[in-house]
Design a protein. Structure first.
Length: 410
């Protein structure tokens, strides 16, 4: 009958649609499988070490280069916690793990760079300098389901960089003796110890003296950088009155600020306790922050030094209404020898080493440094250092103060 025929047609139509849908799903599944195999083939054959972890930090993929660098096979690694297989440490302290970038990539859902000066200790105890990053993996809803960790052996780059650092250290050290001699004799001549000098001679001698002082500052900066990079610097923490030290540095830099009629305002939390820090390193932090602000702030400008603390950290802020940092160059501000374009166009002296040195010291102190800046309006640098203080470190060399107090010669 008619109803039976209609029902039969409906069933046939449904069966056809089911078959078509099943075939489509099978094709999609086949394509997904092919894409997956292609991606895995690429990851496995890539020249960098690549492994994938889930939110339980268990390894779900481990490529050939990872096997080669770590000494562990994929069979040994899969299903294990990554930190049981791939061990990242700081090259200056092999008790300090440098794997927080993996945890942060999963926790924040953002790409995280591996900390500088990271070593991978492989299955056989070999120490391999490595670099790169961790990138979160997200599902279709944006939920983080793991991360891809990429790392590469930079031993060759490391050796080249080490050789350059050693050369700079040697050359800088050899320069100190003749510069000290020039400084000594220039002071004697200016003081009239070798006989009276006329006005022209005195003017020329002043140029020699101040030029030599700038050279000494540059040499000290280069030596400091090489000692930090080679790990030969000494850290001797002592209970230190931070506020007193800050005032001493402001006083030292007063001649420079007065020349430009710049006012330095201090804003301190007087309840700040003494903190266990290396006095030389702490002084360098204040010197670099304040001297930079003076250098790059226009005459009659303003600088504020704010010091306080919270439950965990000593917090330092230095704010100025100076030149500011161009937006396009903010990412490079802590790079070695970098100077922003707006600074280069002025007659302000500088080496591009101050902020690099500053960040290196703070990193070694397990602190943090950041900044906000608007070009033409000014900059604020934020520094935090743990209230627990700096850790002692054995070394053969001290970090030198760079911004020496230069007495004006009449």
């Amino acid at each position: 009958n008619k109803m039976a025929d209609e029902l039969s047609d409906l069933v046939k139509n449904m069966e056809t649609k089911v078959v078509q849908r099943t075939e489509k799903i099978a094709q999609q599944k086949k394509q997904i499988e092919a894409d997956k195999n292609k991606t895995e083939s690429i990851l496995k054959s890539i020249g960098d070490g690549v492994f994938v972890v889930d939110t339980n930090f268990e390894i779900t993929m481990f490529n050939k280069t990872s096997e080669s660098i770590t000494g562990f096979s994929a069979h040994e690694a899969l299903g294990r916690k990554y930190y049981e297989i791939v061990q990242f440490f700081s090259d200056s302290d092999e008790t300090k793990k440098n794997d927080s970038f993996i945890i942060e990539a999963i926790g924040t859902g953002k790409i995280q760079e591996m900390p500088p000066h990271t070593l991978l200790i492989n299955k056989f105890g070999q120490k391999i300098p490595v670099a790169d990053s961790a990138s979160p993996i997200k599902d279709e809803h944006g939920k983080v389901i793991g991360c891809v960790v990429v790392f590469r052996d930079i031993a060759h780059e490391y050796e080249i960089d080490k050789a350059k650092t050693e050369f700079v250290s040697l050359a800088s050290h050899q320069l100190r003796t003749p510069l000290s001699s020039i400084n000594w004799y220039a002071e004697m001549l200016l003081a009239g110890d070798a006989g009276k000098v006329n006005a022209n001679q005195k003017s020329y001698l002043k140029e020699i003296y101040y030029g030599n002082q700038r050279m000494i500052e540059l040499v000290n900066s280069l030596l400091n950088v090489s000692r930090l990079e080679m790990g030969t610097f000494l850290v001797e923490p002592k209970q230190t009155d931070i506020l007193k030290m800050a005032d001493e540095v402001i006083k030292e830099l007063t001649p420079r600020s007065l020349e430009k009629e710049i006012k330095i305002k201090n804003n301190y939390d007087k309840t700040l306790p003494e903190i266990n820090v290396d006095p030389k390193l702490m002084r360098i932090i204040f010197q670099n922050l304040l001297s930079n602000s003076i250098k790059y702030t226009q005459p009659k400008g303003k600088i504020e030094l704010k010091i306080g603390y919270d439950e965990k950290n000593l917090n330092i802020e230095v704010t100025d209404n100076g030149m500011g940092i161009p937006e396009s160059q903010k990412a490079n501000i802590f790079s070695k020898f970098f100077r922003a374009d707006n600074v280069r166009q002025t007659d302000a002296e500088g080496t591009g080493l101050g902020l690099y040195l500053l960040k290196s010291i703070i990193d070694h102190s397990e602190g943090k440094i950041s900044f906000t800046s608007t070009e033409g309006q000014g900059t604020t640098f934020f520094i935090s250092i743990p209230l627990t203080g700096m850790k002692a470190k054995k070394g053969t060399k001290e970090i030198n103060e760079v911004n020496r107090k230069i007495e004006k010669i009449a």
